[in-house]
Design a protein around this ligand. Structure first.
Ligand SMILES: Cc1ncc(COP(=O)(O)O)c(C=O)c1O
Length: 358
């Protein structure tokens, strides 16, 4: 009988709650207003011939490289950061190797590392999700081949300094350090400002968040030239679709659109955090386009009540250290005001203000 590899049989399937996402979607950290109109206009210009051809990634890679101030040999466009993670795991992990992650974090690191038969070494974030530098350094062994850090982290919103990231990379020269900058536009700090220091570091960026292109599936991974040649070997030459390649240059050119949206989100993040304080809810200050808030035992009722008011948010209760926590995506001014009005009434209805203060 045909059997999947043992590592695959051991995998738990991962089903994000995508079904029935009607209403204001503040559950997946997407852009709440969508991509630049210039991107849509470019997409509408595509004809049958553009779709009949196999996509050619390289000219667009040169444009992305120019945009990032890099050489095209330092990067690879991918089918979202998800594929970048998958490719890194395929390139560097043998069965039995160790992959270190700091939990709670984005689910795909452990999923793809497990699929290769690697052991996941989890390091718990400190109190209030402070980055556990010493604990992580202590877990590095000769079997460590991958270390994945989301910066800022999802779902906590916590960030880690570039000095610490360089320290980790230096302590594990035999491992690939993935620094996932999916939320860069809402944070502002990047290791790409020091490309010469990447050696065993890979930086991933996505166009799913600030650019509003999650449905197109496009991201980019940057690394040292010889390492990227290895990563490229395991990628399909057609991993990125023709529509994404056709519109990405326009998305990059419309810098004003993304800058405007990112600034709006950063402002609204402050507004939302202040409101959470006023409501007596504990939250963790965030550097991303989302805020993790501690609701307590009523987390399910909280998510349900918001859904009844037409707003989807994400229950993170089962993530390590996130008991009773819910993640709220921050979006446009109007969407943030809608969220705040709903939060006030839900907190009132569920009696949360009193419960938190008690
Ligand atoms: C830290 C992090 N990395 C990557 C992704 C996914 O990126 P992409 O849509 O490019 O696959 C997410 C999405 O939530 C994320 O939170």
């Amino acid at each position: 009988m045909l059997e999947a590899r043992a590592a695959v049989q051991r995998l738990r399937s991962y089903h994000p709650p995508l079904a029935g996402r009607q209403g204001l979607r503040l559950d997946f950290n997407e852009n709440t207003v969508g991509c630049s109109p210039r991107v849509l206009a470019r997409m509408r210009m595509l004809d049958a011939e553009a779709l009949a051809r196999y996509p050619d990634r390289e000219p667009v890679e040169r444009e992305v490289a120019r945009f990032l101030g890099l050489d095209a040999a330092q990067l690879l466009l991918t089918n979202g950061v998800d594929e970048a993670i998958h490719l890194l795991c395929s390139t560097y992990l043998e069965a039995g190797d160790e992959a270190i992650i700091v939990v709670p974090t984005f689910a795909m690191y452990s999923l793809f590392a497990h699929a290769e038969g690697a052991q996941i070494v989890e390091v718990r974030g400190g109190a209030d999700f402070v980055f556990p530098t010493e604990e992580l350094l202590a877990k590095i062994s000769e079997r460590t081949r991958l270390i994945a850090v989301a910066n800022p982290n999802n779902p906590t919103g916590a960030a880690v300094s570039e000095e610490i990231l360089f320290q980790i990379a230096e302590a594990a020269p035999h491992a690939a350090l993935l620094v996932d900058e999916a939320y860069f536009e809402f944070y502002g700090e990047t290791l790409l400002s020091r490309p010469a220091r990447l050696s065993n570091i890979f930086v991933a960026r996505t166009f799913s968040k600030a650019y509003g292109l999650a449905g197109l599936r496009i991201g980019v991974i940057v690394g040292e030239v010889q390492q990227m040649a290895m990563v490229r070997r395991v990628a399909s030459p057609y991993n990125v679709n023709a529509i994404a390649l056709a519109v990405l240059p326009e998305a990059l050119r419309d810098t004003a659109y993304v800058e405007h949206y990112a600034a709006e989100v950063r402002r609204n993040r402050d507004v939302l955090q202040q409101e959470l304080s006023a409501l007596g809810l504990h939250y963790w200050p965030s550097r991303g386009n989302f805020v993790l808030v501690r609701v307590g035992p009523a987390h399910e009722a909280f998510v349900r009540s918001l859904r009844d008011r037409g707003i989807l948010v994400r229950d993170r209760n089962s993530d390590p250290g996130c008991e009773g926590a819910v993640r709220l995506t921050v979006g446009s001014d109007a969407h943030t005001q809608t969220l705040i009005a709903a939060l006030r009434s839900v907190v009132e209805d569920l009696g949360l203000r009193r419960e938190v203060q008690a």
